[in-house]
Write a protein that binds this ligand. Structure first.
Ligand code: PEP
Length: 281
């Protein structure tokens, strides 16, 4: 089964109104493969989400409107010109970086899945290693968050990954399998889940996994899905790699058969994110 390449940009706790505007300008101007080839999602800090949503759309509607007013573009309802299609191809989605594990209410500082749906967000990142290890979210809490987000109609980018000492002690797959099982205990439908394998030792360190190291784990995770969920889920679920992905190293990673895209941190804040999207080609 063909799995559409998926590239996520995790902006983490970075950005200002101005720097995000600059970044979105770069994204809006980018020439990237079509939405039939790659799905692109950016995850700004929560407070910036509506502005980024509006800016990603504004440039498209502004350019389409100008073209229509000047008679440069035909009516899009009748016929889509090449330039209008090019604008549509840059239809990047916006994701949240976190949400609460149940219905919203008296949870100061939290974001509910209902709020994300209300904003029209299709995705949320859950289980990121910074939330697992710095904010001490447990496997169980994260699985609850994923189950609730899915129940509200969100897609989930579910991050897993081992720490350096776990890899060095030969426990890489034990850790990843434990994190997969925690989720499999709570959900049965994986169709709206993208698994992001992000070895903790590779995140933000400049120490990217080799294509062979990443492929080995992706293959094991897919086999785990086949054995513990279903062969269909294993074939259909996108397993993306994250950890110091750059324009320079994404090409070799993208050629691996079980790497279905990337979750990108630092490089997603720079124009090179566009080159990483192009690795889908
Ligand atoms: C991430 O935080 O999801 C990530 C992969 O970060 P970086 O690309 O900076 O390693």
């Amino acid at each position: 089964m063909a799995r559409k390449f998926f590239v996520g940009g995790n902006w983490k706790c970075n950005g200002t109104v101005k720097s995000n505007e600059e970044l979105v300008k770069v994204l809006n101007a980018a020439e990237v493969p079509g939405t039939d080839v790659v799905e692109v999602v950016v995850a700004p800090a929560a407070v910036h989400i509506p502005a980024v949503q509006a800016a990603l759309r504004k440039d498209f509607s502004a350019s389409a409107k100008t073209g229509l007013a000047k008679g440069l573009l035909p009516n899009p309802l009748k016929h889509r010109s090449d330039s209008l299609q090019a604008a549509l191809r840059k239809d990047f989605s916006v994701s949240a970086q976190n949400c609460w594990q149940g219905k919203g209410g008296a949870f100061t500082g939290e974001l509910s899945a209902e709020m994300l749906k209300d904003l029209g967000l299709p995705w949320v990142i859950l289980g990121h290693s910074e939330r697992r290890h710095i904010l001490k979210e447990s496997d169980e809490m994260i699985a609850d968050k994923v189950a609730y987000a899915l129940s509200q109609g969100l897609g989930v980018i579910y991050c897993i990954g081992e720490k350096l000492e776990e890899r060095e002690s030969g426990n890489t797959m034990a850790v990843n399998a434990r994190q997969m099982k925690a989720l499999a205990d709570k959900i049965s439908d994986w169709s709206q889940v993208v698994v992001a394998y992000e070895p903790v030792w590779a995140i933000g360190t400049g120490k990217v996994a080799t294509p062979q190291q990443a492929q080995e784990v992706h293959d094991e995770v897919r086999k785990w899905l086949a054995a513990n969920v279903s062969p269909e889920a294993a074939a259909a679920t996108r397993i993306i790699y994250g950890g110091s992905v750059t324009a320079a190293n994404c090409g070799d990673l993208a050629t691996q058969p079980d790497i279905d895209g990337f979750l990108v941190g630092g490089a997603s804040l720079k124009p090179e994110f566009v080159d990483i999207i192009k690795a889908a080609e």
